[in-house]
Write a protein that binds this ligand. Sequence first.
Ligand code: XIL
Length: 342
Amino acid sequence: VSVSLKNSYKDDFYIGTALSASQIEEKDAKEDSLICTQFNAITAENIMKSMFIHPEKDKYDFTLTDKFVAFGEKNKMFIHGHTLIWHSQLAPWMEKIKDSTEMKAFMKDHITTIVSKYKGRINSWDVVNEALNEDGTLRPSVFLNTAGENYLIDAFKLAAAADPKVDLYYNDYNLEEPAKREGVIRLVKKIKAAGGKIDGVGSQGHWKLNSPSLEEIEKSILAYSALGVKVAFTELDITVLPNPWDLKGADVNQNFEGNPKMNPYPKTLPDSIQTKLAQRYADIFKLFLKHKDKISRVTFWGVHDGQSWLNDWPIKGRTNYPLLFDAKLQPKKAYDSVMELK
Ligand code: XIL
């Protein structure tokens, strides 16, 4: 057996990666071999989102999702479905759903069709993604605005009815923030109290070098697992670049795109930051290992830096270094630091 993330962590939790449309469709041999050597779980980065999988009311497109699932099965990977109900990357026709009756009919058709289609083949689903505001209250969306707060309960019930054995997750970001954490706790309790099935909480894990703190990450792991659900880290990456909303004073008024201040390392990442990133990943994985009995899966949001969404978000055209493999598919210092823990 070769030395790899998935082999080193095989007794602890799945090690996953997100796959872009091109990684599913036009396979590059080198990328493919990295994916298959290092990872034993996959999530589709975009193709299962509503605008792609259900572009029109009476039209589903399973061309790429079929390929994605077949790839996972061929390589005996854990296959995660992302995501059934989300306010973003929503098919335009869905935005026009106007009342509760129409919304309920939509949710029944959408969730039942997709979950049944991959019943027994997909291992877990993000049933609802990003339904909470930062203060832990429910985020306004076409779902909330038409069907009311019980849409969440309905979504989990519909998914469980379509595939009783698949693991069902609530997924969101900033889940280490105390107020949002409390919101998740309320949500999980509410779904369970209403007789819904929820098996896990997914923390996206779009993190920074210095936040969230290990203490808050640990508090969330403990709080969610105390509810009797699994904890997964579902979209892990660590940005090394400034976020526009973190800037103060004069910088706030700048035009960020193309501003060199916002893209400080266009060619290579300085050694000092490379080292910081490695230390941060080591700290995080050490904590994950401490709680491996509670953690089902750790998935990176991308295979390598060259393909990361953080090169284009929240500002386009930057060079970010958030993952364990660089744009040339070579393992970084952060990879070594995660491997050295084992
Ligand atoms: C991102 C993808 O990585 C991008 O390619 C796409 O343009 C936007 O969405 N939270 C989620 C993911 O749940 O689906 C998002 O993925 C990143 C934030």
